[in-house]
Write a protein that binds this ligand. Structure first.
Ligand code: PRP
Length: 221
């Protein structure tokens, strides 16, 4: 590892393929076997970037502690983690919505228990609305909670809406729009400003290009 080298933490899972596509389009060097490999640390062929493949929920931790200079991760994870980072760019991928959901017949009913993988976001949302609720943390398959009587509502991500529909649940309220962000460690942002600026500028170039095509060309993409 050299002083010039950037360490970039990527989120494994859902957003990985779109993230790698954007990196490619931006001309940012990526190891060829990054998607097939089981390695957790990989270097770009020119040695300029070291990639860490992390669980999304851990990406803000790596970046705050400075073991990664840059992280690519969802806004949902960032809001829940509340880490001290710089958010530099919205990549416009991994778009979905954070919503309050539940059974249709519970609409307008009393909410006393809310289950979520995003316990902090859920608690903040109901507190801001002046509602006192008990938030129950679950690690996944949160849609189960209203079906088996654990909670009246869930706070969860909705992308296509298929998970909700297939389980007979509906959206009661949208909390916010989510997409993938580029974040930086505060110290790295100063000490490696040249490399970070260049990486962000390249990525901004392709994200703006994508947005222009979508806006200018209707639904061509
Ligand atoms: C996410 C989210 C919803 C689902 C939404 O779960 O928590 O359950 O995707 O997608 P849809 O609207 O396209 O159906 P994920 O698959 O990441 O697994 P998890 O339930 O274990 O968190």
């Amino acid at each position: 590892m050299t002083d010039k080298q950037l360490t970039v933490a990527l989120s494994k899972g859902r957003i990985m393929t779109d993230t790698l596509r954007l990196l490619h389009e931006a001309g940012i060097p990526v190891p060829e076997d990054i998607e097939e490999s089981r390695k957790l640390i990989l270097e770009s062929p020119d040695g300029s970037i070291r990639y860490i493949l992390a669980k999304p929920v851990d990406v803000p931790t790596y970046v705050e502690y400075g073991v990664a200079d840059i992280g690519i991760v969802g806004k949902d994870v960032l809001l829940e983690a509340e880490r001290d980072l710089y958010e530099l760019l919205d990549l416009g991928i991994g778009r979905c919505r954070m919503c309050v959901c539940g059974l249709p017949d519970s609409k307008g009913g009393m909410v006393s228990r809310v289950a979520s993988k995003y316990a902090r976001i859920a608690a903040n949302h109901f507190r801001n609305q002046g509602q006192q609720v008990e938030v129950i943390y679950l690690n996944g398959s949160v849609e189960l909670a209203p079906l088996i009587g654990l909670a009246d509502r869930i706070v969860d991500l909705v992308e296509t809406g298929r998970t909700l529909a297939e389980n007979g649940l509906v959206i009661h309220e949208e909390i916010l729009q989510i997409s993938t962000r580029v974040v930086a460690n505060r110290m790295s942002f100063r000490l490696k400003s040249e490399q970070i600026d260049s990486l962000v500028a390249r990525l901004r170039g392709v994200t703006e290009q994508t947005e222009r095509t979508v806006t200018g060309g209707g639904l061509q993409q």
